[in-house]
Design a protein around this ligand. Structure first.
Ligand SMILES: [Zn+2]
Length: 241
């Protein structure tokens, strides 16, 4: 079969799918236009950017640096309970919508591309999920975000550097102190990988979907700081500041 025939068939099949199963915006539910992907133009305009990446000093970086000797921290968007980002993160985590993670990661990657603060990052490290949760969800949303970022930043992703050890109760069911205690013992640096020289004296960027108390991020950063000569920074998609 000629290539042009194959292409025509593929396009006809895509038109058929689009007619019967139109792709809808994950923010407002409206049908997407041909040029739009996952989120419509109107919803895209409503995303509230923090602009943290333009400077090393922001409220999230200040809080994280007060806890650990990290380089910097930043979030892409302001988390607002009624906002689009709340709906997007909920669908990403609980409604099997992995494309949202990739899309948010791409936006983050584009914005970090010219950032003077994050330019020296060598590796992206997604916050790990416990294997049981990974099996239930089908994907690690932080890894998807890192993959989207990687499309623009071209940095290697290291999902195997950290592991989550024991299953924890739903974070929303716990108060702040209990949540911190619950997190405290949960993340481990992979000792075999830690020994690999290619990871020594490098700058690691920990990637997460949302940061609230900072307990998860701090615990993971603490582990990454155990790698000889490591520098560590943190990046989240959303932060309630
Ligand atoms: Zn929309």
């Amino acid at each position: 079969m000629q290539i042009s025939q194959k292409k025509n068939r593929k396009r006809a099949w895509e038109d058929y799918l689009d007619f019967f199963y139109p792709e809808c915006c994950c923010g407002c539910g409206q049908r997407l236009l041909g040029s739009e992907n996952t989120l419509c133009g109107r919803c895209m305009e409503q995303l509230a950017y923090t602009c943290h990446e333009k400077s090393g000093s922001n409220p999230l970086a200040a809080r994280m640096k007060s806890l650990l000797p990290i380089e910097t921290a930043a979030a892409l968007l302001r988390f607002n309970k009624e906002g689009i980002i709340q709906a997007l993160l909920h669908q990403l985590k609980y409604q099997n919508q992995p494309q949202i993670g990739i899309m948010l990661g791409r936006i983050a990657g584009q914005r970090l591309l010219d950032s003077p603060v994050f330019g020296s990052v060598d590796f992206l490290v997604p916050v790990p999920l416990h294997p049981k949760k990974l099996k239930k969800r089908g994907y690690n949303q932080s890894l998807l975000i890192a993959q989207g970022m990687n499309e623009f930043l071209g940095k290697a992703i290291c999902p195997e550097l950290l592991a989550k050890r024991i299953s924890s109760q739903s974070q929303t069911q716990k108060n702040r102190i209990a949540r911190w205690e619950n997190i405290k013992e949960n993340f481990d640096l992979n000792p075999e990988i830690q020994q690999e020289k290619k990871f020594h004296n490098r700058h690691f960027l920990l990637v997460d979907d949302v940061v609230t108390t900072g307990a998860t991020a701090s615990r993971c950063c603490q582990e990454l700081l155990r790698i000889p000569g490591s520098k560590v920074s943190f990046y989240a998609i959303a932060h309630p500041d």
